[in-house]
Write a protein that binds this ligand. Sequence first.
Ligand SMILES: [Zn+2]
Length: 442
Amino acid sequence: MRTWIKDPLAIFVEGAERGLVVEGTRIAEWVARGETPERIDATFDASRHAVLPGLVNTHHHFYQTLTRAHPAAINKPLFAWLVALYPIWARLKPNDLRLAARLALTELMLSGCTTAADHHYLYPEGLENAVDIEVEEARALGMRLTVSRGSMNLSAKDGGLPPDSVVQNEETILADSERVLNLFHDPRRGAQIRVALAPCSPFTISKDLMRESARLAERYDCRLHTHLGETEDEERFCLKMYGLRPVDLLEETGWMSSRVWLAHGIHFSTDEIARLGRAKVGICHCAASNMVLASGICRTCELEAAGVALGLGVDGSASNDSSNMMEALRHALMVGRLRYGADKVTHRDVLRWATEGSARCLGRSDIGRIAAGYEADLAMFKLDEPRFSGAHDSLAALILCGAHRADRVMIAGEWRVVDGAPVGLDLDRLIAEHRRAAQHFA
Ligand SMILES: [Zn+2]
Protein backbone atom coordinates (compact mmCIF):
# COMPACT_ATOMS: atom_id res chain seq x y z
CA MET A 1 0.00 0.00 0.00
CA ARG A 2 1.50 3.34 -1.13
CA THR A 3 -0.23 6.54 0.02
CA TRP A 4 0.68 9.96 -1.33
CA ILE A 5 0.28 12.73 1.29
CA LYS A 6 -0.20 15.30 -1.44
CA ASP A 7 0.49 19.03 -1.72
CA PRO A 8 0.81 19.99 1.95
CA LEU A 9 0.07 23.59 2.87
CA ALA A 10 3.48 23.49 4.63
CA ILE A 11 5.86 20.73 5.64
CA PHE A 12 8.81 20.63 8.04
CA VAL A 13 11.38 19.45 5.49
CA GLU A 14 13.11 21.37 2.71
CA GLY A 15 12.38 20.15 -0.81
CA ALA A 16 9.18 18.18 -0.20
CA GLU A 17 6.76 20.70 -1.71
CA ARG A 18 4.48 18.05 -3.18
CA GLY A 19 4.50 15.92 -0.08
CA LEU A 20 5.60 12.39 0.67
CA VAL A 21 4.77 8.77 -0.02
CA VAL A 22 4.03 6.35 2.82
CA GLU A 23 4.53 2.67 2.10
CA GLY A 24 3.50 0.23 4.84
CA THR A 25 4.82 1.57 8.14
CA ARG A 26 7.56 3.75 6.63
CA ILE A 27 8.16 6.86 4.57
CA ALA A 28 9.19 5.73 1.06
CA GLU A 29 10.13 9.08 -0.50
CA TRP A 30 9.55 12.84 -0.58
CA VAL A 31 7.93 14.35 -3.60
CA ALA A 32 9.59 17.52 -4.89
CA ARG A 33 7.96 20.43 -6.73
CA GLY A 34 6.71 19.42 -10.21
CA GLU A 35 7.00 15.68 -9.50
CA THR A 36 4.32 12.99 -9.39
CA PRO A 37 5.12 9.74 -7.58
CA GLU A 38 4.61 6.36 -9.29
CA ARG A 39 2.53 3.31 -8.28
CA ILE A 40 0.20 5.15 -5.90
CA ASP A 41 -2.72 3.24 -4.32
CA ALA A 42 -4.25 6.12 -2.36
CA THR A 43 -3.94 9.88 -2.17
CA PHE A 44 -4.57 12.11 0.84
CA ASP A 45 -5.12 15.77 -0.04
CA ALA A 46 -3.06 17.70 2.53
CA SER A 47 -3.54 21.12 0.97
CA ARG A 48 -5.14 22.43 4.18
CA HIS A 49 -2.57 20.83 6.51
CA ALA A 50 0.79 21.87 7.93
CA VAL A 51 2.71 18.58 8.21
CA LEU A 52 5.29 17.79 10.90
CA PRO A 53 7.17 14.65 11.87
CA GLY A 54 5.25 13.12 14.79
CA LEU A 55 6.30 14.94 17.97
CA VAL A 56 8.35 13.02 20.53
CA ASN A 57 7.72 13.69 24.21
CA THR A 58 10.71 12.70 26.33
CA HIS A 59 9.47 13.21 29.89
CA HIS A 60 6.14 12.64 31.60
CA HIS A 61 4.51 11.04 34.63
CA PHE A 62 1.15 9.81 33.33
CA TYR A 63 -0.29 9.10 36.78
CA GLN A 64 -0.08 12.81 37.66
CA THR A 65 -3.01 13.59 35.33
CA LEU A 66 -5.13 12.56 38.34
CA THR A 67 -3.73 15.40 40.48
CA ARG A 68 -3.66 18.42 38.18
CA ALA A 69 -4.06 21.84 39.79
CA HIS A 70 -4.28 20.18 43.20
CA PRO A 71 -5.02 22.58 46.08
CA ALA A 72 -2.42 20.84 48.30
CA ALA A 73 0.34 21.56 45.83
CA ILE A 74 -0.35 24.67 43.78
CA ASN A 75 1.91 27.69 44.31
CA LYS A 76 4.79 25.65 45.81
CA PRO A 77 8.40 25.02 44.69
CA LEU A 78 9.57 21.47 43.87
CA PHE A 79 10.50 20.00 47.29
CA ALA A 80 7.44 21.40 49.11
CA TRP A 81 5.29 20.39 46.11
CA LEU A 82 6.61 16.81 46.26
CA VAL A 83 6.23 16.48 50.03
CA ALA A 84 2.61 17.66 49.72
CA LEU A 85 1.83 15.22 46.90
CA TYR A 86 3.64 11.97 47.89
CA PRO A 87 1.00 10.85 50.44
CA ILE A 88 -1.79 11.67 47.97
CA TRP A 89 -0.04 9.76 45.16
CA ALA A 90 0.45 6.79 47.55
CA ARG A 91 -3.29 6.04 47.00
CA LEU A 92 -2.67 5.11 43.36
CA LYS A 93 -4.28 1.78 42.35
CA PRO A 94 -3.81 -0.22 39.12
CA ASN A 95 -7.08 0.96 37.56
CA ASP A 96 -6.25 4.60 38.34
CA LEU A 97 -2.92 4.25 36.55
CA ARG A 98 -4.62 2.54 33.61
CA LEU A 99 -7.06 5.45 33.15
CA ALA A 100 -4.31 8.01 33.71
CA ALA A 101 -2.07 6.40 31.08
CA ARG A 102 -4.95 6.15 28.59
CA LEU A 103 -5.88 9.77 29.14
CA ALA A 104 -2.30 11.10 29.01
CA LEU A 105 -1.47 9.13 25.86
CA THR A 106 -4.67 10.32 24.18
CA GLU A 107 -4.06 13.91 25.24
CA LEU A 108 -0.52 13.75 23.87
CA MET A 109 -1.62 12.14 20.61
CA LEU A 110 -4.29 14.78 20.03
CA SER A 111 -1.55 17.41 20.31
CA GLY A 112 0.50 15.73 17.55
CA CYS A 113 2.69 13.46 19.66
CA THR A 114 3.40 10.00 18.26
CA THR A 115 6.08 8.76 20.68
CA ALA A 116 6.00 9.28 24.43
CA ALA A 117 8.37 8.50 27.25
CA ASP A 118 6.81 7.96 30.64
CA HIS A 119 8.80 7.94 33.87
CA HIS A 120 6.91 5.84 36.40
CA TYR A 121 8.67 5.72 39.76
CA LEU A 122 5.76 5.32 42.17
CA TYR A 123 5.25 1.80 43.51
CA PRO A 124 2.84 1.70 46.47
CA GLU A 125 1.74 -1.80 47.44
CA GLY A 126 -0.50 -3.37 44.80
CA LEU A 127 0.98 -1.38 41.89
CA GLU A 128 3.83 -3.79 41.13
CA ASN A 129 2.69 -4.17 37.49
CA ALA A 130 2.72 -0.48 36.61
CA VAL A 131 4.94 -0.98 33.54
CA ASP A 132 2.71 -3.77 32.21
CA ILE A 133 -0.33 -1.49 32.50
CA GLU A 134 1.33 1.35 30.58
CA VAL A 135 2.50 -1.01 27.83
CA GLU A 136 -1.02 -2.41 27.42
CA GLU A 137 -2.48 1.07 27.11
CA ALA A 138 0.10 2.26 24.57
CA ARG A 139 -0.43 -0.87 22.47
CA ALA A 140 -4.21 -0.39 22.49
CA LEU A 141 -3.83 3.20 21.24
CA GLY A 142 -1.03 2.44 18.76
CA MET A 143 1.34 4.97 20.36
CA ARG A 144 5.07 4.39 20.57
CA LEU A 145 6.25 4.35 24.18
CA THR A 146 9.56 4.31 25.97
CA VAL A 147 8.35 3.21 29.35
CA SER A 148 10.89 4.15 31.99
CA ARG A 149 10.90 1.69 34.88
CA GLY A 150 11.42 4.28 37.56
CA SER A 151 12.45 3.64 41.13
CA MET A 152 12.86 5.19 44.58
CA ASN A 153 14.68 3.44 47.45
CA LEU A 154 15.73 6.38 49.64
CA SER A 155 12.84 7.30 51.91
CA ALA A 156 12.69 9.92 54.65
CA LYS A 157 14.09 7.51 57.30
CA ASP A 158 17.31 7.21 55.22
CA GLY A 159 17.61 10.93 54.53
CA GLY A 160 15.59 10.99 51.30
CA LEU A 161 12.42 12.94 50.49
CA PRO A 162 9.58 10.42 49.88
CA PRO A 163 7.67 8.54 52.60
CA ASP A 164 8.23 4.80 53.11
CA SER A 165 4.88 3.90 51.54
CA VAL A 166 5.96 4.66 47.96
CA VAL A 167 9.52 3.24 47.80
CA GLN A 168 10.85 -0.28 47.16
CA ASN A 169 14.12 -1.94 48.12
CA GLU A 170 16.98 -2.26 45.65
CA GLU A 171 16.60 -6.00 45.18
CA THR A 172 12.91 -5.72 44.26
CA ILE A 173 13.60 -2.82 41.88
CA LEU A 174 16.40 -4.58 40.01
CA ALA A 175 14.48 -7.86 39.74
CA ASP A 176 11.42 -6.09 38.32
CA SER A 177 13.63 -4.05 35.96
CA GLU A 178 14.97 -7.31 34.49
CA ARG A 179 11.47 -8.77 34.31
CA VAL A 180 10.08 -5.85 32.27
CA LEU A 181 13.19 -5.62 30.07
CA ASN A 182 12.79 -9.30 29.19
CA LEU A 183 9.07 -8.91 28.58
CA PHE A 184 8.80 -5.61 26.70
CA HIS A 185 12.08 -4.07 25.51
CA ASP A 186 12.29 -4.09 21.71
CA PRO A 187 15.59 -2.66 20.41
CA ARG A 188 14.72 -3.11 16.70
CA ARG A 189 14.05 -0.29 14.22
CA GLY A 190 10.39 0.62 14.15
CA ALA A 191 9.82 -0.67 17.70
CA GLN A 192 6.60 0.33 19.37
CA ILE A 193 7.71 -0.37 22.93
CA ARG A 194 11.07 0.19 24.55
CA VAL A 195 12.03 0.03 28.21
CA ALA A 196 14.41 2.43 29.96
CA LEU A 197 15.68 2.26 33.54
CA ALA A 198 14.98 5.39 35.53
CA PRO A 199 15.97 5.85 39.18
CA CYS A 200 13.91 8.90 40.09
CA SER A 201 16.28 11.65 41.29
CA PRO A 202 19.33 12.19 43.52
CA PHE A 203 17.15 12.82 46.57
CA THR A 204 15.08 9.62 46.24
CA ILE A 205 17.64 6.92 45.37
CA SER A 206 20.88 5.44 46.69
CA LYS A 207 24.18 5.71 44.83
CA ASP A 208 24.31 1.95 44.69
CA LEU A 209 20.98 1.75 42.86
CA MET A 210 22.28 4.25 40.30
CA ARG A 211 25.39 2.13 39.71
CA GLU A 212 23.46 -1.14 39.45
CA SER A 213 20.87 0.41 37.09
CA ALA A 214 23.70 1.58 34.81
CA ARG A 215 25.19 -1.94 34.77
CA LEU A 216 21.83 -3.48 33.93
CA ALA A 217 21.24 -0.95 31.13
CA GLU A 218 24.59 -1.91 29.64
CA ARG A 219 23.68 -5.58 29.74
CA TYR A 220 20.27 -5.13 28.13
CA ASP A 221 21.29 -2.29 25.82
CA CYS A 222 18.57 0.08 27.01
CA ARG A 223 18.44 3.80 27.89
CA LEU A 224 18.92 5.35 31.31
CA HIS A 225 16.90 8.27 32.58
CA THR A 226 16.60 10.42 35.69
CA HIS A 227 15.76 13.94 36.89
CA LEU A 228 18.90 16.06 37.23
CA GLY A 229 19.86 19.70 37.61
CA GLU A 230 16.23 20.66 38.24
CA THR A 231 16.54 22.91 41.31
CA GLU A 232 19.05 24.53 43.62
CA ASP A 233 17.54 22.43 46.45
CA GLU A 234 18.72 19.31 44.62
CA GLU A 235 22.22 20.73 44.33
CA ARG A 236 22.31 21.50 48.08
CA PHE A 237 21.00 17.99 48.84
CA CYS A 238 23.76 16.34 46.77
CA LEU A 239 26.49 18.44 48.36
CA LYS A 240 25.23 17.67 51.86
CA MET A 241 24.47 13.96 51.32
CA TYR A 242 27.39 12.99 49.07
CA GLY A 243 29.76 15.95 49.00
CA LEU A 244 29.24 16.02 45.23
CA ARG A 245 27.52 18.26 42.72
CA PRO A 246 24.79 16.45 40.71
CA VAL A 247 26.96 16.05 37.58
CA ASP A 248 29.81 14.61 39.69
CA LEU A 249 27.32 12.14 41.12
CA LEU A 250 26.53 11.04 37.55
CA GLU A 251 30.21 10.64 36.81
CA GLU A 252 30.87 8.62 39.94
CA THR A 253 28.00 6.20 39.30
CA GLY A 254 28.76 5.45 35.64
CA TRP A 255 26.09 7.70 34.14
CA MET A 256 28.20 10.03 31.94
CA SER A 257 27.19 8.11 28.85
CA SER A 258 25.35 8.52 25.55
CA ARG A 259 22.89 5.96 26.95
CA VAL A 260 21.58 8.60 29.37
CA TRP A 261 19.00 11.34 28.99
CA LEU A 262 18.14 13.69 31.84
CA ALA A 263 14.95 15.59 32.62
CA HIS A 264 15.35 19.37 33.16
CA GLY A 265 19.13 20.01 33.15
CA ILE A 266 18.90 23.59 34.41
CA HIS A 267 21.56 24.15 37.07
CA PHE A 268 24.80 23.25 35.28
CA SER A 269 28.03 25.25 35.22
CA THR A 270 29.67 26.03 31.87
CA ASP A 271 32.27 23.35 32.56
CA GLU A 272 29.56 20.80 33.37
CA ILE A 273 27.77 21.62 30.11
CA ALA A 274 30.98 20.86 28.21
CA ARG A 275 31.40 17.56 30.06
CA LEU A 276 27.79 16.53 29.36
CA GLY A 277 28.29 17.44 25.70
CA ARG A 278 31.47 15.37 25.40
CA ALA A 279 29.67 12.40 26.94
CA LYS A 280 26.74 12.92 24.49
CA VAL A 281 24.21 12.87 27.33
CA GLY A 282 20.66 13.90 26.32
CA ILE A 283 18.64 16.63 28.05
CA CYS A 284 14.87 16.92 28.03
CA HIS A 285 13.84 20.56 28.42
CA CYS A 286 10.49 20.84 30.27
CA ALA A 287 9.77 24.55 29.94
CA ALA A 288 6.24 24.60 31.37
CA SER A 289 7.08 22.62 34.50
CA ASN A 290 10.20 24.72 35.08
CA MET A 291 8.14 27.89 34.90
CA VAL A 292 5.28 26.57 37.08
CA LEU A 293 7.65 25.42 39.85
CA ALA A 294 9.98 28.40 39.22
CA SER A 295 12.88 25.94 38.93
CA GLY A 296 14.91 28.07 36.50
CA ILE A 297 15.64 28.22 32.75
CA CYS A 298 17.45 25.42 30.92
CA ARG A 299 20.52 26.61 28.94
CA THR A 300 19.22 25.00 25.77
CA CYS A 301 21.44 26.82 23.26
CA GLU A 302 24.72 26.16 25.13
CA LEU A 303 23.76 22.53 25.75
CA GLU A 304 22.95 21.89 22.09
CA ALA A 305 26.12 23.67 20.96
CA ALA A 306 28.15 21.50 23.35
CA GLY A 307 26.87 18.32 21.64
CA VAL A 308 24.07 17.34 23.99
CA ALA A 309 21.00 15.71 22.41
CA LEU A 310 18.35 18.31 23.25
CA GLY A 311 14.71 17.22 23.37
CA LEU A 312 11.45 18.56 24.79
CA GLY A 313 8.99 17.18 27.31
CA VAL A 314 5.73 18.20 28.92
CA ASP A 315 6.72 16.72 32.32
CA GLY A 316 4.11 15.34 34.70
CA SER A 317 0.63 16.78 34.67
CA ALA A 318 0.83 17.95 38.26
CA SER A 319 3.48 20.50 37.34
CA ASN A 320 2.53 21.43 33.74
CA ASP A 321 -0.51 20.86 34.23
CA SER A 322 -1.32 19.78 30.68
CA SER A 323 0.15 17.09 28.43
CA ASN A 324 0.03 19.16 25.27
CA MET A 325 3.19 18.73 23.23
CA MET A 326 2.54 21.72 20.94
CA GLU A 327 2.26 23.91 24.01
CA ALA A 328 5.64 22.56 25.12
CA LEU A 329 7.16 23.87 21.86
CA ARG A 330 5.60 27.29 22.33
CA HIS A 331 6.80 27.47 25.93
CA ALA A 332 10.33 26.45 24.91
CA LEU A 333 10.36 29.19 22.28
CA MET A 334 9.05 31.86 24.65
CA VAL A 335 11.33 31.14 27.59
CA GLY A 336 14.27 30.57 25.23
CA ARG A 337 13.77 34.03 23.75
CA LEU A 338 13.53 35.56 27.18
CA ARG A 339 16.94 34.11 27.96
CA TYR A 340 18.76 34.45 24.64
CA GLY A 341 17.01 37.12 22.55
CA ALA A 342 14.38 37.19 19.79
CA ASP A 343 16.63 35.94 16.98
CA LYS A 344 18.31 33.07 18.88
CA VAL A 345 15.45 30.60 19.39
CA THR A 346 13.21 30.22 16.33
CA HIS A 347 10.17 28.11 15.52
CA ARG A 348 12.48 25.83 13.51
CA ASP A 349 14.69 25.31 16.57
CA VAL A 350 11.82 24.18 18.78
CA LEU A 351 10.42 21.99 16.00
CA ARG A 352 13.86 20.35 15.65
CA TRP A 353 14.15 19.85 19.43
CA ALA A 354 10.69 18.23 19.66
CA THR A 355 11.36 15.82 16.78
CA GLU A 356 14.96 14.91 15.89
CA GLY A 357 16.36 16.10 19.24
CA SER A 358 13.80 14.21 21.29
CA ALA A 359 14.31 11.08 19.14
CA ARG A 360 18.06 11.26 19.87
CA CYS A 361 17.30 11.50 23.60
CA LEU A 362 15.45 8.21 23.30
CA GLY A 363 18.30 6.69 21.29
CA ARG A 364 16.22 6.43 18.11
CA SER A 365 17.31 7.11 14.54
CA ASP A 366 14.11 5.73 12.97
CA ILE A 367 11.69 8.47 14.06
CA GLY A 368 11.68 12.28 14.31
CA ARG A 369 12.25 13.13 10.65
CA ILE A 370 10.32 13.07 7.42
CA ALA A 371 12.79 11.17 5.26
CA ALA A 372 12.95 7.96 3.25
CA GLY A 373 13.35 4.92 5.51
CA TYR A 374 12.03 6.66 8.61
CA GLU A 375 8.87 5.47 10.31
CA ALA A 376 5.68 7.05 8.95
CA ASP A 377 4.82 9.07 12.08
CA LEU A 378 3.15 12.37 11.13
CA ALA A 379 1.29 15.19 12.86
CA MET A 380 -0.93 17.33 10.66
CA PHE A 381 -2.55 20.60 11.67
CA LYS A 382 -5.29 22.62 9.98
CA LEU A 383 -4.97 26.36 10.30
CA ASP A 384 -8.68 27.10 10.20
CA GLU A 385 -9.33 28.31 13.75
CA PRO A 386 -9.69 32.04 14.51
CA ARG A 387 -6.22 32.07 16.15
CA PHE A 388 -4.57 31.38 12.76
CA SER A 389 -6.62 33.69 10.59
CA GLY A 390 -4.33 36.19 8.89
CA ALA A 391 -1.16 34.11 9.47
CA HIS A 392 1.39 34.13 6.62
CA ASP A 393 4.14 31.60 7.44
CA SER A 394 2.21 28.42 8.24
CA LEU A 395 5.01 26.61 10.12
CA ALA A 396 5.81 29.67 12.24
CA ALA A 397 2.07 30.12 12.84
CA LEU A 398 1.84 26.67 14.45
CA ILE A 399 4.12 27.87 17.23
CA LEU A 400 3.45 31.62 17.34
CA CYS A 401 -0.36 31.44 17.10
CA GLY A 402 -0.43 28.44 19.46
CA ALA A 403 -1.60 25.30 17.61
CA HIS A 404 -2.62 22.75 20.21
CA ARG A 405 -4.77 20.15 18.49
CA ALA A 406 -3.80 18.03 15.49
CA ASP A 407 -6.41 17.31 12.83
CA ARG A 408 -4.68 14.11 11.70
CA VAL A 409 -2.03 11.91 13.31
CA MET A 410 -0.40 8.92 11.65
CA ILE A 411 1.73 6.40 13.56
CA ALA A 412 3.59 3.61 11.74
CA GLY A 413 1.54 4.33 8.61
CA GLU A 414 -1.86 4.15 10.34
CA TRP A 415 -4.23 7.02 11.04
CA ARG A 416 -4.68 7.27 14.80
CA VAL A 417 -6.35 10.71 14.86
CA VAL A 418 -8.89 11.68 12.21
CA ASP A 419 -10.76 15.02 12.15
CA GLY A 420 -9.27 15.89 15.54
CA ALA A 421 -10.62 12.76 17.26
CA PRO A 422 -8.82 9.59 18.40
CA VAL A 423 -9.72 6.59 16.23
CA GLY A 424 -11.64 3.84 18.05
CA LEU A 425 -11.83 5.56 21.42
CA ASP A 426 -14.81 7.17 23.15
CA LEU A 427 -13.21 10.36 24.45
CA ASP A 428 -16.22 11.56 26.49
CA ARG A 429 -16.41 8.23 28.27
CA LEU A 430 -12.68 8.24 28.99
CA ILE A 431 -12.86 11.74 30.48
CA ALA A 432 -15.84 10.75 32.64
CA GLU A 433 -14.05 7.63 33.95
CA HIS A 434 -10.79 9.48 34.53
CA ARG A 435 -12.55 12.30 36.34
CA ARG A 436 -14.27 9.79 38.61
CA ALA A 437 -10.93 8.12 39.41
CA ALA A 438 -9.39 11.53 40.19
CA GLN A 439 -11.92 12.03 43.02
CA HIS A 440 -9.95 9.46 45.11
CA PHE A 441 -7.05 11.95 45.13
CA ALA A 442 -8.96 15.00 46.38
ZN1 LIG B 1 9.52 14.79 36.04
